[in-house]
Design a protein around this ligand. Structure first.
Ligand code: GRG
Length: 293
């Protein structure tokens, strides 16, 4: 079942090209390192979130040129989160996407500022999308919630608090943390397509995005155990060495894999109102748990 793998690969590399162009177009050289550091931080990822925006838009008959700034927006916010997550005061990582992290290539101040500017750019890019004003406000409002203290930042803060708490999190607590830290942006990206149009039902894509986000995070935990740093493009075995509770440490590898598979089935089922038109999104869900980086 499913489409040939090259079709998904092509869709992901198209998404990278579209996202990079949308971001490059909005940047202006200013004699500082910030625009270059921002562009550097955007490049080299899988562009899963940008792809979800573009594919969701296609499913709702929204022109890719209209969706491009919105795909750029979510990847700019995602890139900012990675730049800040890699800082010495957070995860202190030297490698991201197989390249030196922004604070290693430039310096900490540049990484903080490039991350700040990428976050602002995410909101700016939504303003450029040629969608009805009401839809723009919904997209912006939901992004403030999903990226901020009630979403990704809140999840990151819970994660940091858990590291120093002395007691390990339960499975339910890990799920709640991850729903914010990783899940919120993925769900936003999946819901963006229907939100660009006036009367589409956003629920199927939200349910898909929520299940996909949960599967994605379990796959990330599995990659931390089974992955190879050169392929993953960042340090691995970090969870175990930090003594961190994850799906893998609490459930074991096999049960974690089964859980991820069940979530992928749920994600695919949520797309049934779209029939065969959603096959690329179903492939993306399967890819999320079989990826090696
Ligand atoms: C610093 C505010 C702030 C938030 C950081 C998302 C996040 C919150 C931290 C990243 C830590 C991490 C590795 C989380 C696991 C899931 C995740 C977001 C992985 C990276 O996403 P991919 O695999 O990355 O889509 P690419 O490089 O492909 O874009």
């Amino acid at each position: 079942m499913g489409l040939p793998r090259w079709m998904l690969k092509d869709a992901l590399s198209d998404a990278s090209r579209i996202v990079e162009l949308a971001i490059k177009t909005a940047l202006r050289p200013d004699g500082t390192a910030i625009p270059d550091a921002m562009m550097y931080a955007v490049k080299g990822g899988k562009t899963l979130r940008g792809f979800l925006v573009l594919e969701g838009a296609k499913l709702h008959h929204v022109d890719p040129n209209v969706a491009a700034p919105i795909a750029g927006a979510i990847e700019a916010i995602h890139a900012y989160s990675l730049v800040h997550d890699d800082l010495p005061c957070m995860d202190d990582d030297a490698l991201r996407r197989g390249q030196p992290t922004v604070h290693r290539k430039w310096d900490e101040a540049t990484a903080v500022l490039a991350g700040d500017a990428l976050q602002a750019l995410g909101f700016e890019l939504i303003m450029y999308a040629d969608v009805p004003d009401r839809q723009k406000i919904v997209l912006l409002h939901m992004l403030t919630l999903d990226a901020g203290a009630r979403g990704m930042v809140g999840g990151q803060a819970m994660d940091i608090a858990a590291e120093t708490a002395g007691t390990q999190l339960t499975l339910e607590q890990i799920e709640a943390l991850q729903a914010k830290k990783t899940g919120a942006l993925i769900e936003w990206a999946a819901a963006a397509g229907p939100r660009m149009t006036v009367d589409a039902d956003e629920m199927p894509m939200r349910v898909y995005g929520r299940a996909l986000g949960r599967a994605f995070q379990i796959a990330d935990d599995i990659l931390d155990v089974e992955g190879d740093a050169a392929t993953v493009g960042k340090a691995v075995r970090k969870d175990a060495s930090a003594g961190k509770a994850t799906f893998v440490s609490l459930l074991g590898l096999d049960a974690a894999k089964r859980r991820a598979e069940t979530l992928v089935e749920a994600a695919c089922d949520a797309l049934s109102p779209y029939g065969n038109d959603a096959e690329t999104l179903r492939d993306a869900a399967r890819y999320v748990i079989t990826r090696d980086k």
